[in-house]
Design a protein around this ligand. Structure first.
Ligand code: SF4
Length: 60
């Protein structure tokens, strides 16, 4: 499962970066980007998906 961030929805809160910082990083626009889809364990990435307050992260 590959995480994807919808930058239209992302509000740049940083929660996903705090949870799975090897997978997500905030870019120059302050939006989350996937830097390594397997940077964290699937369990941790799932926590980031569930922790996103606006549902911007999907697994495909
Ligand atoms: S948790 Fe969601 S809203 Fe917050 S930075 Fe990550 S993708 Fe964006």
């Amino acid at each position: 499962m590959i995480p994807k961030v919808d930058s239209e929805k992302c509000i740049g809160c940083g929660a996903c970066v705090a949870i799975a910082g090897n997978t997500f990083k905030l870019n120059a626009e302050g939006k989350s980007e996937v830097v390594n889809p397997t940077g964290d364990t699937p369990e941790v990435i799932q926590q980031a998906v569930e922790g996103c307050p606006v549902g911007a992260i999907t697994l495909e």
